[in-house]
Design a protein around this ligand. Structure first.
Ligand code: UD1
Ligand code: MG
Length: 486
């Protein structure tokens, strides 16, 4: 059905006092996005001709989140309640006949449910249709007073419930479809008759029904869809539901997730068939994983791009890096931004990469730092190799060719180039370029001093035990071992 006569109004001006936060409520995150982004995204497929977000607290920040998604904003300053927010939105509303009105703090609502709400509203020719839900614990929500099986009489806010009404467990989701003409008529009569001296949008319902207008309720198929985020506990619950949905969606596309409740996956992450994700993994941002990959326990991948058959061993941290097919990293590897590890390369334990390209089949298996470095194919980087890329003022590049062998515990002082096929002897500090196929040795030459250790032991023993020495009786002066013999 075409929705050319429909507008969306999202109320997002409130502070969210109950969250006890310096951040406006709708800017809090759950399921990898701010609450307000979720709501705007859920509405987008309705194809409404206008989407208005009412902003107030941290208005500029909220605007910067929703404007890229195609919404316009209107400022409610100060905030005198949800009814007042609609009066403010009215100034910006064009000629729409209907409006879907949503709170910015109930982000789990699905597009399909909103479509059903609008369809029910149209079919029933109602003044208002309320999305409701039946909750085991309805506390904190406004309650629905039914007039008949199909029609609603009023919404009563939690603070105004009578003792009997507390038992009611059908709640107001604060998601509605209104016929705007009827809404404006009712809103003109709403009074701030409550503890907060606010104009409640919910009070329009009783005013409509008292005038003989039809108000319908559309019950949400899944009560969790309407959860509002008023407290930190609500936020945690909503986050849990989002994460569960995302994991279920990935599993549907052929991804194995072990102990799924321990795995955190952001909404834009994708993974190919037969990839296995072990417990305690986080896949964040725009991470994209190929087929048949193995992401092992405790690894955190942010904006990572993985080819097929990649193994991320336990406890790796990868940010904004690309790992081509058959790469193996970790355990305990750290890839800071801007690395490209090419096909079949291996990055081992306690290896840190930054802005580096590692060629096909190259290995850096142990205790290494490679920063601003380009390495060709099939090279071997020995344990403890460090690229010294920073002199305290600037960063410099290191270039290592194909089939190079860097001996363990070498320091490569950048800028420096190691040619194809070259060897660097273990323990070298390389400050000059190494030509192709050369051996570079840059360390002190080894000197063996025969008998030095046994002489030293005798001296020390004599100093500690003078009676056993030849000059018994005379107490030798305790003295430091001779420098010459050291
Ligand atoms: C509201 C409903 C309640 C419903 C619940 C569902 C009212 C009076 N009550 O209560 O019946 O069960 O949602 O989650 O509407 N806002 C503004 N401007 C304002 C005040 C609020 O834009 O002046 C926005 C808030 O930013 C928020 C939304 O409106 O996104 C709802 O406000 P909130 O304070 O969360 O209302 P609830 O107490 O949850
Ligand atoms: Mg709320």
């Amino acid at each position: 059905m075409s929705n050319h006569d429909l507008a969306i109004v999202i109320l997002a001006a409130g502070k969210g006092t109950r969250l006890k936060s310096s951040l406006a409520k709708v800017l809090h995150r759950a399921g990898g996005r701010t609450l307000i982004e979720h709501v705007v995204r859920a509405c987008a497929p309705l194809g409404a001709k206008q989407t208005i977000v009412v902003v107030g607290h941290q208005a500029e920040w909220v605007s910067s989140m929703v404007e890229p998604l195609g919404a316009e904003t209107v400022l409610q300053q100060p905030q005198h309640g949800t009814g007042h927010a609609m009066q403010v939105a009215r100034r910006t509303l064009g000629r729409a006949k209907l409006a879907v009105v949503l709170p910015g703090d109930a982000p789990l609502v699905r597009t399909e449910t909103l479509k059903a709400l609008v369809a029910a509203h149209r079919a029933g020719d109602a003044a208002a249709t309320i999305l409701t839900a039946v909750l085991a614990d309805p506390s904190g929500y406004g309650r629905i007073l039914r007039k008949s099986e199909t029609a609603v009489g009023a919404i009563v806010e939690e603070s105004q419930l009578t003792q009997d009404q507390r038992e009611l467990n059908e709640i107001n989701s604060a998601i509605y479809c209104f016929t705007l003409e009827k809404l404006w008529q009712a809103l003109a009569h709403v009074k701030p008759n409550n503890r907060h001296r606010e104009l409640y949008l919910t009070d329009t319902i009783a005013l409509m029904t008292s005038k003989g207008e039809t108000v319908l309720a559309e019950v949400a198929p899944d009560p969790r869809e309407v959860l509002g985020c008023n407290t930190r506990a609500d936020l945690a619950e909503v986050d849990r539901v989002f994460r569960e949905r995302k994991r279920a969606a990935l599993m549907d596309t052929g991804v194995t997730i072990q102990l799924p409740e321990t795995v955190l996956i952001d909404p834009e992450v994708t993974a190919g068939e037969d990839t296995v994700i072990e417990p305690g993994v986080q896949l964040l941002g725009k991470t994209k994983i190929g087929a048949r990959c193995m992401i092992r326990s405790g690894s955190v991948l942010t904006d990572a791009l993985l080819g097929d058959d990649v193994t991320v061993e336990p406890h790796c941290v990868v940010a904004q890096s690309r790992l081509d097919d058959r790469v193996i990293i970790g355990p305990f590897a750290r890839l800071r931004p801007d690395n490209h590890v090419k096909a079949g390369a291996r990055i081992g334990n306690f290896v840190e990469l930054k802005k580096s390209t590692i060629g096909e089949g190259t290995k850096a298996m142990h205790l290494t730092y490679l920063g601003d470095t380009k390495i060709g194919a099939k090279s071997n980087i020995g344990a403890g190799t460090i690229t010294c890329n920073y002199d305290g003022f600037h960063k410099y590049p290191t270039s290592i060719g194909n089939k190079v062998f860097i001996g363990s515990d070498s320091a490569l002082v950048a800028p420096v180039r190691i040619g194809d096929g070259a060897y660097v002897a273990a323990g070298s500090t390389i400050t000059d370029n190494v030509p192709a196929d050369a051996l570079a040795v840059a360390r002190g030459r080894q000197v063996n001093k025969p008998g030095w250790a046994s002489r030293k032991r005798r001296e020390l023993a004599a100093a500690e035990n003078p009676k056993k020495t030849k000059r018994a009786g005379k107490k030798p002066k305790a003295r430091r071992p001779s420098k010459k013999r050291r």
